[in-house]
Design a protein around this ligand. Sequence first.
Ligand code: GDD
Ligand code: MG
Length: 361
Amino acid sequence: MKALILVGGLGTRLRPLTINTPKAMMPVLNKPFMAHVVGQLMHHGVDEIILTRGHLAAQMESYFGDGSGLGIKVVYVDETRPLGTAGGIKNCERHLDETFFVLNGDVFSTIDFSAMLHSHRSKKATATIALTPVDNPSAFGLVETETDGRIRRFIEKPKPDEITTNMINAGCYLLEPEVLDFIKPDTLTSIERETFQLLLKDKQPFYSFDTTGAYWIDMGNREKYYQLNIDMLNGVCNCAGTPSPGVHLGEGTSVDPSAEISGNVVFGENCRVGANAIVTGPAVIGAGCQLGNRVSVSGSLLWPGVNIGDDSSVILSIIGDHCRIASSDHIDDSALADGVYTPPSLTLSGAAVWPGTIMSN
Ligand code: GDD
Ligand code: MG
């Protein structure tokens, strides 16, 4: 079974974190986001992943290679210019000769993909869309259905007066190769705004699959990316590979006996925590992070190689790769992209700092 994952977007809503790191490779509990998604698919028997890449394509290949390390096949299809969600699928046509999954590359879910495939086959559908309930469908694709699950209407980013249901497109489809005949080659095309409309007009057997009850999140903005990490740490998403409650220390990590670590905290390998430091979960500390003496970290995500000087605090923040936080800094509710250097005694609140910025007081 093949799954095509759309990872060609620019991750604009996650900037500045996505300037040098593609959305799919952003760390979630010290593993690239995409590795969690692939794990879920493998659990349901998917054995080939097609990654349709654009922005910062090479980083995915250096992690996944040909997939043999994970026991699957990984194929890369590049777009020299963005082709949109349908154009990206059409661009992979040579690899798509049987029923296949399509996933938006920023969605993590515990959808029962096996049950979805069963439903798709039993209805002899040309296309099936997974649906999930949300409080406000306006940022999503709203899907109206008939009582037998057949899709009646699909409205991408509905206006307030178009909201007739709370069920939205979960960004997960099962498609038959015939769907590709509805997409023009080499053309910027949206599956949501164009292809799905054509399937409806053509009265194709186009069905929904209700996934109410499964965990679902689109981590495409900073708040949701943060929430996904916290949900995984706190066991909310109830999926394989999430840690048990408590403190987890990676290999080679050393913690001074006077430091206090509490709540749900995951450390990567080779971290160092200094004397009288306080780390309060939920928190994720990437590999090779160095926390100085009396440092306080709470509710935060540190990417690998972050160095925090003595007496500094980092609260409710995301700190990118290899940032150097000087001593006596107070950083709260902020996102620092990779390689940011701060001066001592800085107070930063509600900030978003671009990669490689050398800050001064
Ligand atoms: N290959 C490729 N090429 N991928 C792309 C392109 C492109 O030109 N444009 C976007 N993508 C990828 C993004 O990387 C993302 O993984 C996925 O397509 C969806 O794009 P988003 O920009 O994240 O869309 P959205 O979140 O506003 O809306 C979509 O997802 C919702 C569920 O989260 C739509 O599919 C909605 O209908 C849906 O409800
Ligand atoms: Mg999205």
